[in-house]
Design a protein around this ligand. Sequence first.
Ligand code: PLP
Length: 231
Amino acid sequence: MSRVINNYLAVKRDVEKTCSACGRNPDEVKLLVVSKTIPVPVLMELYDHGIREFAENREPELAMKFDAMPKDIIWHFIGPVQSNKIRKVVKLAHFIHSVDSLDRLERFERIAGEESVKPGIFLEVNVSGEESKGGMTAAELPAVAARAMQCRNLDIRGLMTMAPFEAGIAELEKVFNGLRLLKEEQENTLNCCFPDLSMGMSGDFATAIRCGATVVRVGSKIFEGIGRASQ
Ligand SMILES: *Cc1c(COP(=O)(O)O)cnc(C)c1O
């Protein structure tokens, strides 16, 4: 079996073992393949193995892969969205993990309506407060979440965050539990249900799962030892 399939299956087993160890049903946690910078032929190996969801963080690369790959793929967008790229992203991606302000939310709502689509939306929160990280502050979230629940052209899935790089377990738990608490607060205040928490990457997905992640976004662990496209 190829290297990338082996890697994928190893991560998948890891996700399942982590779920079992903390009493969660493995079906509750989606392993989302982050395919950014990875060439199409490598992704097609995963496709041929039955994988149908991939995540990209740049619109031109998403557009290129969307055109080059089969049309039954569900694309996730996880990168920062510039205003002038929103229409393109809305046309190609089923899920957007990086809606980080009221202004962006309003634009997605309007453009999704114009394009007659209903993308799944995650509100990205900068829980750690690190300046280099994307996402709205926890203080900004309540107003954005309240507006999100009125958006008829968006399917509000929940919250997303990125933990600081090289954080220890205690710090990771603080960030991931913090996102879960923020989600529960919004659900209580707005009397609604946000089904998903998108958190955890190659280095920290086990901690994220223990803290309640329902989507883990994994790239480098799956593509370890596989040549990246030069760019
Ligand atoms: C690149 C990226 C990931 C995956 O990170 P790895 O450490 O390669 O698993 C997850 N989320 C976002 C937003 C990313 O940009």
